[in-house]
Design a protein around this ligand. Structure first.
Ligand code: ACO
Length: 330
């Protein structure tokens, strides 16, 4: 790895990894148990299949595998890490210990701090922003792991939600750098609108009331226009603040929630859809893992080149939204 003895003012992504569980559930598999069709799912979402964890396989298991791949790619040993951030809304334990601690322990990254972050599907842009700060301030490698097992929160008899999600993990390693890698970020939230996408299980800390609504609940029609609006806003803000035009950016990596949302953003902005990376057909919506899984796919298939400008953009429960701008310097 780079020497970190002299102060470096920037952070860059030095390693990328991802892991998808072996079991694949296709739309035709879902046709066996739900009143749905492959044609409806593909035409309304772009999804053809999703990966689903095996019994006994948890968020930390997926996260450790993705993390090992990212560390190998970065040529960084776990003992060198200064911080492990895990973004998840489906961690191994409902409250504690944090999944980042479990991952830190399994990796043997015992010199690193470990913390979970939950910004739902926007977790990765948030973690990249905060990880960049720690990496530069402390001059230490930071591991960001986004891992999700949404399949455990789904009502598999509810066709309006269960067809949309999948399980998986993505990870990146940040290193201090003399040249800009991660350049800028936009983070936002609209906390007045949380009721359109939530999971109510658990005990209310206000009343002590035991809630028994285990499953994810969503008003998809309300989320759709919000998603289109904030994704366009994040892209515009990142470009404007950095004096860039859309054409300067080689790759936009959007949260993969629905192909139609991404098509609507491209149409509304009057920019080519081809510039937005899409792998939702194979993986569905993996919540906070979706952006790093897409990044891994793009990078390991040789489509990102040194010096390319890459923009990530996402939205999620909260409601939250955010994105990052970076120069690719691996
Ligand atoms: N198969 C067949 N029919 C279905 C299915 C299904 N899987 N799901 C819903 N339908 C039916 C509905 O019951 C409805 O039937 P009706 O007209 O007889 O009542 C009809 O299809 C249309 O339903 P809509 O909900 O209007 O379908 P819409 O075109 O809005 O698509 C969808 C639904 C895909 C959920 C869309 O609204 C969407 O993608 N919204 C955004 C969701 C999202 O991105 N959420 C974020 C995920 S979480 C996160 O990333 C933070």
């Amino acid at each position: 790895m780079d020497s970190v003895s002299s102060n470096k003012s920037f952070a860059r992504i030095a390693g990328v990894g991802a892991y998808l569980p072996e079991r694949v559930v296709s739309n035709s598999d879902l046709e066996q148990s739900l009143t749905t069709t492959d044609e409806w799912i593909v035409s309304h979402t772009g999804i053809r299949q999703r990966h689903v964890v095996a019994e006994g396989q948890n968020c930390s298991d997926l996260g450790v595998e993705a993390a090992r791949r990212a560390l190998t790619d970065a040529e960084v040993a776990p003992e060198e890490l200064g911080l492990v951030i895990c973004t998840t809304c489906t961690g191994d334990y409902a409250n504690f210990p944090g999944t980042a601690c479990l991952i830190q322990g399994q990796l043997g990254a015992l010199a690193a701090g470990a913390v979970d972050m939950n910004a739902a599907c926007t977790g990765f842009p948030y973690a990249l922003a905060l990880g960049r700060g720690y990496c530069v301030n402390q001059q230490k490698p930071v591991l960001i792991v986004a891992s999700e097992v949404l399949s455990r929160l789904l009502d598999w008899s509810d066709r309006s939600t269960c067809v949309l999600f999948g399980d998986g993990a993505g990870a990146v390693v940040l290193l201090p750098s003399t040249e800009p890698g991660l350049m800028d970020e936009v983070l936002g939230a609209d906390g007045t609108n949380g009721g359109v996408l939530f999971r109510a299980d658990g005990t209310s800390f206000e009343t002590g009331e035991k809630r028994e609504r285990h499953f994810l609940e969503m008003n998809g029609k309300a989320v759709f226009p919000f998603a289109v609006r904030v994704m366009e806003r994040v892209i515009d803000e990142l470009l404007e603040r950095n004096h860039l035009a859309f054409d300067d950016v080689q790759h936009v990596i959007p949260h993969q929630a629905n192909r139609r949302i991404i098509e609507a953003v491209a149409r509304h902005m009057g920019v080519p859809l081809e510039r937005f990376f899409l792998n939702i057909d194979c993986v569905a919506n993996t919540s906070s893992a979706s952006v790093p899984i897409a990044l891994d796919d793009l990078y390991h298939s040789g489509r990102i080149h040194q010096g390319d400008l890459v923009l990530t953009v996402g939205f999620g429960a909260g409601l939250t939204f955010g994105g990052n701008l970076m120069v690719w310097r691996k």
